[in-house]
Structure formats: C-alpha cells, structure tokens
Design a protein around this ligand. Structure first.
Ligand code: DC
Length: 233
C-alpha cells in the first residue's frame, strides 16, 4: 500500500491555519483538508432546520439525516456540500462560526465526523487543519504543528478578511467572537483544543503572512528531508 504523509496543524481561530496550510499544501503537493468547514456545515444544517446549535439533543437527532460531503474542484479547492448543494460560501458567515463552535463541543457530532476526516488521510497525503487533528483525528501524523498568535493579532486579521468579503463588523465584535470561541474550544470536555506533546509550536503574532509561510515551510521541509534520510534543509 502506498505510504501517505500526513501533517496535522492545530490552533485557535484566526491563527492563519487555513491560508497557511492551503499554500503549504499547494507548494508541497499535498491535499489540503480544512476540518473546520465540516463543523460549519453541521452548524448551517442546524440553522436551516431551525435547530439551536447548543441543543445537543436536537442536533444529534439531525445527524442521521444529514448528507455532508467534502469534495475538491478542478482547481484543487475544497468544497463542502450539504444535501448536494455547494455551501462553501454560506458556511463562512460569522454566525455560522459561532454555531460551529457550539456543535463541535458535542460528542455525537465529533463522532459523526471522525471517519470522514480519517479516511481522507488514509487515501491521500494531506495537510489537515483543525483543533484536535494531532491529538485525536490523526494521533500518528508524521508531523504536528501547533499554530497560534495573540487574540488581538488574530482579530485584526479576521477583521481584514471579513471586510474583504464585505461583511460589516468591527474590531471589538470580532475580538469578542474570537475570545468566545477560544474559551469554548479549549474548555470543552471532548477533544479540546490543546497542543499535542509532540507538536512543533509556531507563534505568528509578530509575523506577516509571508514570514509565517516561510517558517512553516521550513518546519515541513526539515521533516520531509529527515524522513528521506537526507540532511535537514
Ligand atoms: O477552523 P474554523 O474556524 O473554521 O472552525 C470552526 C469551529 O469548528 C471552531 O470554533 C471549532 C470547531 N472545530 C473543531 O472543534 N475541531 C476541528 N478539527 C475543527 C474545527
């Protein structure tokens, strides 16, 4: 069986995981898997069914009827489908971010999505980002990275991104959302956000995107070269 390489990137909301992991995957020829998008799709499904994302019983009852699929378009971009509809843009709204954090604290939701994530890594070389990839989803990942930045730096970046998409908001509400999600994601009982013992820490508070990408690439290159029996780059 062909050996696939897996790289797990975990960290809090807005640390730049998605954009960095996407670029890194393109540079190294890996598939990029954004697992937050899957939780967001469950949150969107709950919203559309009029279900409170915090109501674990109602959310659990929804799960068996959900047809959630992750796919890739011709350009290699990840798309999320809910009942056959492409919801990749709809899941990016701020209220869905909060709902995703709510549903992701529920054991039934995490269990429901676990195999989808693992099978992707079995069948492809992946860079997968999320909150529990190195600790729960892929505990045997070849490389684990914990990517973080201060809450203020993350809020600043998220604000820029939302404004770029014409979403009306301000720094304080973005920072408040980030703090709410940090608290909920790290304090939940099941699969909380935490750095795996064997994860490399990358703090991007003082780094811009290109600097962060250079630092991440260096870590990936060192790992891949060492596994090749070569000298680290
Ligand atoms: O990465 P994101 O902001 O798109 O993730 C949305 C929410 O989903 C986040 O608040 C926590 C949750 N999540 C999770 O619990 N586990 C993952 N592997 C990925 C995301």
């Amino acid at each position: 069986m062909e050996k696939h390489v897996s790289i797990a990137i975990d960290g809090p909301s807005g640390a730049g995981k998605s954009s960095l992991a996407r670029r890194c995957a393109a540079a190294f020829g890996f598939l990029y898997a954004d697992t937050g998008a899957i939780y967001r799709t469950v949150a969107l499904a709950a919203k559309r069914s009029g279900v409170d994302p915090k109501d674990s019983e109602a959310v659990s009852a929804l799960l068996p009827g959900l047809e959630i699929r992750m796919g890739y378009n011709a350009a290699g971009e990840q798309r999320m489908y809910l009942g056959g509809e492409d919801v990749s843009e709809a899941i990016r709204m701020p209220e869905i971010s909060l709902g995703a954090s709510d549903v992701s604290a529920q054991p039934a939701v995490r269990q429901f999505l676990l195999e989808m994530q693992r099978s992707l890594a079995r069948e492809n070389s992946v860079i997968m980002d999320g909150r529990d990839i190195g600790t729960v989803v892929l505990p045997d990942a070849d490389l684990k990275i914990f990517l973080t930045a201060s809450a203020e730096a993350r809020a600043e970046r998220r604000l820029k991104e939302l404004r770029g998409r014409n979403v009306e908001t301000d720094f304080e509400s973005v920072l408040e959302d980030i703090r709410y999600r940090d608290r909920q994601d790290t304090e939940r009982e099941i699969a909380p956000l935490r750095r795996a013992e064997d994860a490399v820490l990358l703090d991007t508070t003082e780094l811009d995107f290109d600097e962060s990408f250079a630092a991440l690439s260096q870590i990936v290159l060192e790992k891949l070269c060492m596994d090749d029996g070569g000298e680290p780059a």
